[in-house]
Design a protein. Structure first.
Length: 460
């Protein structure tokens, strides 16, 4: 196996490799092989008996952990396997902290180190107290708006309307045991949160032909609970002006991107942002929209895992709880799946997610003319099939038959969807989708028009 996040090979032992063990312990654990070259081929070690005694002693003295070390014989060579478990407490090597990232060991500094130490302590950044803040820094009207939304969502009792600001914040766990306001309290409900957190802004820019061609921009300020509605008011009035169409006498305005998908992405960016970092940035171009927020993914998640079923792992626990109680978000880790589902129903390409400059960027793209033409050709099917497929409840897909009907519905809307995009919507693996597609094709429910690239599925 090649070197990876959990595997590393060393042809011989050096004490500096304690840094690798430290990085494994601070991440998800891993295995260090001593006596194998970079390709994983056995080259053997000298004096393995001495190493079996020295390495554990040095791990205890310099790292404070005891990994499992075993020797293995292969023909005439002996190599060692050091298995490192994930540590529940931060581990340092000569006073420095390392963490495994891909197949490299990264030293943590500054904000990343602070976030790491907080996470290992079981607390998030937003739970920490802001010592110089008082209740006078809280906007009571925003608190009232929260209470009304949360009661409507059925997630707090109606009696919360009678609570004082202090009582309400205490029930929301936004006041620390020492009686101070938490960072989350100020970020969510502060009158002037920029006084404490200068990088709380949400920047919007409209670009022309390239990044240097900035046509106009806006900066949304204030607490983040009021921020989503401000953002959408600006977007709909200035940046994503919908063309007006009429169906019979009904006026229809449809933005380039589904509002539900955009809203979900923007809420995710606000809730999961690293507020010790820089501003959220929304860049709008002629054919795409880019949304970037500061903050890397948790160690337990990867870009690939985001597109499959995964647990909710919020960076900011208290902020996420406020947005959940208000009905803004769900606590199920289904953000990407919901966005892709809305995009598919609108006939748009799936979301593109990438790690960029210490943060996460998501890309929305408008459909091109070719996919639009193909979409039209896939909509000339039997009405009976359409009615059966449309009766499938999108959010309750429990068995294979329902899942296949769901796939039919998605492909009916947009035959160019890839297996990876469909896997994200159904919160399953790409291999499972490929199997379902084959079953549907074998039973003459769908047929492939064109090749793997540039082709599309047609519902029969």
């Amino acid at each position: 196996m090649p070197e990876s996040e959990r595997i590393e090979y060393k042809s011989n032992w050096r004490d500096e490799y304690l840094k690798v063990i430290c990085a494994f312990a601070n991440a998800l654990g891993g295995v260090l092989y001593i006596g194998k070259d970079d390709d994983g081929k056995i080259v053997g070690v000298k004096d393995p008996k001495r190493l079996l005694e020295d390495i554990p002693n040095k791990c205890v003295q310099l790292l404070g952990i005891i990994p499992k070390i075993t020797s293995h014989q292969s023909k005439k060579s002996t190599y060692l396997i050091i298995k490192v478990e994930q540590s529940t407490v931060p581990i340092s090597f000569h006073g420095l902290y390392y963490v495994r990232s891909g197949s490299t060991n990264q030293q943590l500094k500054g904000g990343l180190l602070q976030s790491f130490l907080l996470r290992k302590s079981g607390k998030s950044w937003d739970e920490q107290e802001e010592p110089y803040a008082t209740l006078r820094d809280i906007d009571n009207q925003t608190l009232k708006d929260f209470v009304n939304r949360a009661i409507t969502a059925g997630r707090i009792e109606t009696s919360a309307r009678l609570d004082s600001p202090g009582e309400l914040l205490r029930k929301l766990n936004l006041i620390t045991p020492s009686g101070k306001l938490s960072r989350a309290a100020l970020i969510c409900f502060g009158k002037n949160p920029e006084k404490f957190f200068p990088n709380i802004h949400f920047k919007i820019g409209r670009f022309g032909t390239n990044d240097a061609d900035l046509l106009y921009q806006d900066v949304v300020e204030g607490n983040i609970f009021s921020m989503p509605e401000k953002i959408f008011t600006i977007l709909k009035s200035k940046y994503l002006v919908a063309p007006i169409k009429y169906k019979n006498l009904q006026r229809i305005e449809q933005t380039p991107y589904p509002e539900s998908a955009l809203r979900e992405a923007i809420l995710n960016a606000i809730v999961h942002k690293d507020y010790s970092g820089t501003d959220i940035q929304l860049s709008i171009y002629n054919n795409e929209l880019l949304l970037w927020n500061d903050g890397k993914l948790p160690e337990e998640l990867s870009i690939e895992k985001l597109f499959a079923k995964h647990p909710s792992l919020p960076r900011n626990k208290r902020i996420a709880d406020v947005f959940f109680k208000s009905g803004y978000i769900e606590a199920w880790g289904r953000g990407i799946a919901k966005i892709n589902e809305a995009l598919a129903l609108a006939g748009l390409p799936g979301l593109v997610v990438s790690e960029l400059a210490g943060g996460i960027q998501v890309k929305f793209k408008v459909k091109n003319q070719v996919s639009h033409q193909r979409k039209n050709t896939t909509h000339t099917n039997d009405n009976v099939v359409v009615n059966v497929v449309d009766n499938v409840v999108n959010n309750v897909v429990d068995n294979v038959v329902d899942k296949q009907l769901y796939l039919l519905k998605m492909l009916k809307k947009n035959g160019t969807l890839s297996a990876l995009q469909l896997a994200s919507m159904l919160e399953t693996t790409e291999r499972t989708i490929q199997r379902y597609l084959k079953q549907l094709k074998d039973s003459n429910k769908i047929t492939r028009i064109g090749g793997a690239k540039g082709g599309y599925w047609k519902v029969m």
